[in-house]
Design a protein around this ligand. Structure first.
Ligand code: FES
Ligand code: FES
Length: 162
């Protein structure tokens, strides 16, 4: 099968890779670029474990062809912490015990970050609605919502220099 050369940007770094025409972005991230933080849950767009951003838009990377990353900006869980410092969402998930097995966690963190970038002060209902496509079989969701709200409060305080 002919390979396709893809030139893209992942977490701010320019990267090239060769993929098969029918290869998903999820598989390319994991198997070609070694970015295994993006998880495969279902492979059919139902669980959100593979969530990444593509040109700022939240997508299920199992439903995107790797070739569609040509010229695009991809954001993955590996880019959420900056310079070795955890993102407030990551710290809040630890502080609120909002993860157990952790398979859903990278996708939820990427999705929650996308929410808070658009909406810094969401209601619980808005957080639940936004994360409705991210399934978690362990936590029962309450701790996840609390962690997202805690991180949102921290981020608002940081923004206002409190
Ligand atoms: Fe992509 Fe489940 S692995 S939505
Ligand atoms: Fe196990 Fe969410 S922590 S699926």
């Amino acid at each position: 099968m002919t390979g396709i050369l893809v030139s893209t940007t992942v977490n701010g770094d320019p990267l090239d890779f060769v993929c098969a025409p029918d290869e998903t972005l999820m598989d390319a991230l994991r198997n070609r670029l070694g970015l295994t933080g993006t998880k495969e849950g279902c492979g059919t767009g139902d669980c959100g474990a593979c969530s990444v951003t593509l040109n700022g838009r939240l997508v299920c990377s199992c439903l995107v062809l790797a070739a569609e990353a040509e010229g695009a900006e991809i954001g993955t869980i590996e880019g959420v912490a900056e310079a070795g410092v955890l993102h407030p969402l990551q710290q809040a998930f630890i502080d609120h015990a909002a993860l157990q097995c952790g398979i859903c966690t990278p996708g939820i963190l990427v999705a929650a970050k996308a929410l808070l970038e658009r909406h810094p002060d969401p209601t619980d209902e808005e957080v639940r609605y936004w994360l409705a496509g991210n399934l978690c079989r362990c936590t029962g969701y309450d701790k996840i919502i609390k962690a997202v709200q805690s991180a949102a409060a921290t981020m608002r305080e940081e923004r206002h220099g409190v």
